[in-house]
Design a binder for this molecule. Sequence first.
Ligand code: AMP
Ligand code: MN
Ligand code: MN
Ligand code: MN
Length: 282
Amino acid sequence: MENIDLHNHSRVSDGLLSPTELVRLAASNGVTTLSLTDHDDVGGLAEARLAAVEAGIVFINGVEISVSWGNHTVHVVGLNIDPTHHVLVEGLLQIRQGRVARAKLIGDELAKVGIAGAFEGALKFAQNPNIIARPHFARYIVEQGHAKNVSQVFKRYLIKGKPGFVRHRWADLSEALHWIRAAQGIPVLAHPGRYEMGKAKMESLLDEFVEFGGLALEVVTSNHNKEEVEIFAQHVRKRNLLASRGSDFHGPGESFCEPGKLPELPYGCKPVWQMWSPPSTH
Ligand code: AMP
Ligand code: MN
Ligand code: MN
Ligand code: MN
C-alpha cells in the first residue's frame, strides 16, 4: 500500500527532528514516499535523500515558501524541485534575509512586554541561524516560563493582534511560483483551509495561483477537518488541479499528526504524485 506524505519539516527550519530522524520516523510509520518541505530552505534535502535510500523509501525534494498575498501570509510548497537551480537558490536566500531581519524586530517587540533576550533565545533553538521562525520564539518563551506550551505562546504573543506579531513582506505569489517553476518543481498551495479569508477571496487567490502556474492544492493535511477536505477537493475537481497529501509534521509533542497518518485523498481527486510516478511504473 502506498502511503505518500508530501509536507514535513526538519530542524533545518522549524521542525524538531533532523532530516534523518524524520525520514526514519516516516518510514517506520509506513510512509512509502516522503517529501521534506522546510520553510524557505533546501539545506536538509541531501541528508534526507540519503536516509531515504537507507530506509528504502522514495524521496521527493521539497520546500515551503512564505508568500505575502495582499494582507495574508500564504505558503506555497514546491515539490520535485531542483534545489540547486540558481533562480530558486537566490529567491530563497532573499526570503531568509528578510526572515532574520523580522526576527530581530520580533525580539524588540517581545522585550516591550517583558520578555527579554528573545532574539538570542530563539536563535538558540534554531539549528539553522538563517531560519528563525515563530516556533523558535515560542519554544524559548515556554522555556522562560511565560507560557505552558507552544500553542499557548502563539495565542498570547505571536499571532496577528498580539504583542510579538510583526507584519512582514515575504515573496510575492508570482515570484514564489516563478522560482519553483524555474527549478522544474510543482507548485502546491499549502493548507488552504488555514487562511482566514472568505469564499470570494479564496476564489481570487486560486485564480491568481493558477494564472501564475500553480498546479496543485494540498487537499489532505493535518490542519483540515473533513469539511475542509471536501471543500478543497471540490476546488480541485472544478479547476482541474492536482491534489496533494501532507501532514505538515514538525515534531513529536508539537504536531498531533505524525508523518503518514492522514486520510486518503477524496474520490475524484487526481494525485499530484502522478506528475513523477506514472501508474505504469512501480
Ligand atoms: P513563521 O514562518 O516564522 O511566521 O512561522 C510560521 C510557523 O509557525 C508555521 O509554519 C507553524 O509551524 C507555526 N505556527 C503558525 N501558527 C501557529 C499556531 N497557531 N500554533 C502553533 N504553531 C503555529
Ligand atoms: Mn512551520
Ligand atoms: Mn505552512
Ligand atoms: Mn509546513
